[in-house]
Design a protein. Structure first.
Length: 202
């Protein structure tokens, strides 16, 4: 009996130790998550305000579970300038586009931004004014001097006209060849590079 009682106390102590360790790990994980989420939330709000050019705009990123936010997912929404809060799905296409760009850009810490972003027809739902806002933001933070380049895939003439360089792919008339045109604009020079590739069938 004494042996069984000693074993039971030992097991109870081990269980208590495991529970304390688990609680410590969970608390540490929650603190790390909350600290990172707070930093990202601050950056997203600042980026969104800069994108729309209004201080009364707001981007909100909140955990769905306040106790263990890393398990339940996140809620992201934005308050567009001059409007009240509404679900993201009720916002216009242009508003959602700028909100998505703010999120993607702000997730990365400033010191760890990737070398480039590729935006595939991001401008499809943007009007001229919002395109100007997006380009203004990109030019202030991108380019070779900033260390991050932005590559836009677009058919929008207004956006194309604001680029530092253009890459176009076309088919040569009457020939089974693809031609890649590269236009590089600079304050001091303009250059045109052309590469021709023969299309082959499988």
């Amino acid at each position: 009996m004494r042996s069984n009682a000693a074993q039971l106390r030992k097991l109870e102590n081990e269980v208590l130790t495991l529970r304390r360790q688990f609680a410590d790990v969970r608390g540490h994980r929650q603190r790390r998550f909350s600290a990172y989420l707070g930093a990202v939330s601050t950056r997203i709000d600042a980026v969104y305000k800069a994108l729309v050019g209004r201080a009364d705009a707001q981007a909100i990123l909140l955990p769905l579970d306040g106790e263990e936010g890393y398990l339940a997912g996140l809620h992201y929404s934005c308050i567009a300038p001059g409007k009240q809060f509404q679900e993201m799905r009720l916002m216009s296409g242009g508003e959602r586009c700028l909100a998505a760009f703010a999120f993607i850009y702000a997730v990365y810490p400033p010191a760890r931004l990737p070398s480039f972003f590729v935006m595939d027809e991001l401008d499809g739902s943007l009007d001229g004014a919002n395109i100007e806002r997006l380009l203004g933001f990109v030019k202030d933070r991108g380019g070779l001097a900033g260390g991050t380049q932005f590559i836009f895939i677009s058919h929008n003439a207004h956006l194309i006209g604001q680029m530092d360089s253009l890459i176009g792919v076309t088919r040569e008339v009457g020939e089974n060849k693809c031609c890649v045109l590269v236009l590089i604009f600079n304050f001091f020079y303009f250059s045109l590079l052309c590469r021709t590739y023969t299309a082959t069938s499988a």
